[in-house]
Design a protein around this ligand. Structure first.
Ligand SMILES: N[C@@H](CCC(=O)N[C@@H](CS)C(=O)NCC(=O)O)C(=O)O
Length: 203
C-alpha cells in the first residue's frame, strides 16, 4: 500500500491527520505539487482528475477522495472511531463532515485558488471575483459553527471526528486564503486551539 501525498496541500494533510489519529503509518510517495508533479504520469495514470491524495493498495486498486480513503481505514481499524458510533452518531458525523467540507473547506479553497496569483495554472479559468465572493460565505458559516460549539466540545458532538479534521484543515487554510476567524467567534477559536494542540495536527 502507498499513499501519494501532496505535502502542505489541504486534502493530503486531511488524510495524514486522520492516519495519525488512528496511529497508522502508511508509506508515503511525496509528490511535489509546486512543480506540478501531480499532472505527471504516476499520479494521472492512477487518478485522471490529477488530484491528491491517492491511495494505491497492494493489488493495484486505487482509492481517491480524502473521505473515501479515510473511510477505508476506518473500516479496517474501527477504533478510535472517527466516523462516529451507532446509527445516530454516524449520521451526525456524516452531516457535519459534509457541512464542514461544502460550506467551509470548499469556500476557503475557492478563495485561495481563484485569487492567489500562484494558482493561475491550477484554476482555469481563475475568477478572482468568485474567490472574493467565497470569503464572506466562509465567515458566515463560521458564525453558525460558533453558535453550535457553544454547547459542545467537538463539531459533531462530544467526540473528536473526521468533521473536526476537515474543520482544522479548512481553518488552517484560511491563512493563505487571507480570511480571518472573527475575534468574537470565541467558541471556534477555543475549538481550533484545542484540536491544533493534538499531536495529529502536526501531520
Ligand atoms: N475532493 C478531493 C479533492 C482533492 C484535491 O482537490 N486535492 C488538491 C490538493 S488539496 C489537488 O490535488 N489539486 C491539484 C489541482 O488542482 O491541480 C478530495 O477530497 O481528496
Amino acid at each position: 500500500m502507498k499513499l501519494f501525498d501532496g505535502g502542505r496541500a489541504p486534502n493530503p494533510r486531511r488524510v495524514r491527520v486522520f492516519l495519525a489519529e488512528k496511529g497508522l503509518e502508511v508509506p508515503l510517495v511525496p509528490v511535489d505539487m509546486g512543480a506540478l508533479e501531480h499532472r505527471e504520469q504516476p499520479v494521472s495514470s492512477r487518478n485522471p482528475l490529477q488530484r491528491l491524495p491517492v491511495l494505491e493498495l497492494d493489488d493495484g486498486t486505487v482509492i481517491t477522495e480524502s473521505v473515501a480513503i479515510c473511510r477505508y481505514f476506518e473500516e479496517l481499524h474501527p477504533e478510535p472511531a472517527l466516523f462516529g458510533h451507532g446509527a445516530l452518531g454516524k449520521a451526525l458525523v456524516e452531516m457535519w463532515q459534509r457541512r464542514m467540507e461544502l460550506n467551509l473547506l470548499n469556500c476557503v479553497s475557492a478563495a485561495f485558488r481563484h485569487v492567489h496569483p500562484a494558482m493561475k495554472e491550477w484554476e482555469i479559468p481563475q475568477i478572482p471575483e468568485w474567490g472574493e465572493a467565497n470569503k464572506p460565505k466562509a465567515v458566515a458559516f463560521l458564525r453558525l459553527l460558533d453558535d453550535e460549539l457553544a454547547n459542545r466540545e467537538f463539531v459533531a458532538g462530544d467526540a473528536y471526528s473526521i468533521a473536526d479534521i476537515t474543520g482544522l484543515i479548512a481553518i488552517d487554510f484560511m491563512k493563505p486564503a487571507r480570511i480571518k476567524v472573527p475575534e468574537d467567534c470565541v467558541n471556534v477559536l477555543r475549538w481550533h486551539q484545542a484540536i491544533s494542540s493534538r499531536p495529529s495536527a502536526a501531520a
